[in-house]
Design a protein. Structure first.
Length: 312
């Protein structure tokens, strides 16, 4: 998958695509329905399959002090889009200049002149341009005028209701990763680099891979059964494990993080890129009376996680 970050500098190879447009936070089944329509149209026209998204997320520009809300960082989103077969990701730099474009400016300068799109596919709730002033009918009008087609994908619902990033965040906040997965179409994953922690887990017999949760929506704090993909390095591969997500109350943690113990693993993961999938919520965080009590509970957590993961 090729990544384009500036609509003003696009090679001929990356022009003329059929592209789905949106923020695609989490790349959930609603997003996938939009992308699948784009895939079908791209195949019909013999064109590349593109996705247009924005980095940073527009909410980060307009409401920088709002609580962390992203389900995926840019790298995790790109990994997911590459995995489902997107040819070109137009990850456009969302800055005050781009945010100032009127709906027609966006259609003309970005979609037509910049990217040279043949067709755009959007969800039924799509809005664009300054103050989100443009809607579906505006986009269709500009498409007819400027020479690109417009297809509108219906909103997607499942047994949990309308599928949205907001609903997925709520499921994760409630400690329901399987409900979130039903809306995502895949396990919710936290991706990032393994960083050095205080190595207390190693001293307890449970060495962990530590990851920052900065800028990401925080699922319910507690212990989870997890699936782990090490994405690079000598230990690249898939593993099972148990993870603690939260503030580490036994050790007076100051910032929430994710600490993952990989079953049947020996090695050093510092600096590796890791993807941790939350499968089941086991229990809330707890402060124990002693390290012995903590270790006993960790033994029980790992036994339970192995049973759960062995059944999927």
């Amino acid at each position: 998958m090729r990544i384009v970050r500036d609509y003003q500098f696009v090679t001929e190879r990356d022009r003329g695509a059929v592209a789905a447009i949106g923020n695609f936070d989490g790349v959930h089944i609603g997003h996938l329905s939009v992308i699948e329509l784009a895939r079908e149209e791209a195949a019909r026209q013999g064109a590349p399959l593109g996705v247009i998204t924005f980095e940073p997320h527009p909410r980060q520009l307009f409401a920088p002090d709002s609580p962390d809300f992203r389900l995926t960082n840019a790298a995790a989103r790109a990994h997911r889009l590459e995995k489902i077969g997107v040819d070109v990701l137009y990850e456009l730099n969302f800055n005050p200049h781009l945010a100032s474009f009127t709906p027609r400016d966006f259609a003309d300068k970005v979609l037509r002149a910049g990217l040279g799109l043949r067709q755009v596919i959007v969800g039924a709730d799509f809005h664009f341009g300054k103050a989100r002033a443009g809607g579906i009918e505006d986009l269709k009008t500009y498409g007819e005028e400027l020479g690109f087609g417009v297809t509108v994908a219906p909103l997607v619902e499942n047994s949990h209701g309308e599928v949205s990033s907001t609903a997925i965040r709520q499921a994760l906040s409630d400690g329901q990763p399987r409900a979130a997965a039903a809306m995502l179409g895949h396990w919710h994953r936290i991706e990032g680099m393994v960083i050095r922690g205080d190595q207390r887990g190693r001293d307890l017999g449970y060495p962990t891979a530590n990851m920052s949760l900065k800028s990401l929506h925080k699922p319910k704090f507690g212990v989870y059964a997890v699936l782990v993909d090490v994405l690079d390095g000598p230990h690249k591969g898939s593993y099972q494990g148990a993870a603690s997500l939260g503030m580490r109350p036994m050790f007076n943690g100051q910032e929430p993080n994710l600490e993952t113990f990989l079953f049947d693993f020996r090695g050093d993961l510092y600096g590796s890129e890791v993807s941790v999938a939350l499968v089941d919520y086991l229990r809330p965080e707890e402060k124990f009376d002693s390290l012995e009590a903590l270790i006993s509970q960790m033994d029980a957590d790992c036994a339970r996680a192995k049973a759960i993961l062995g059944a999927i």
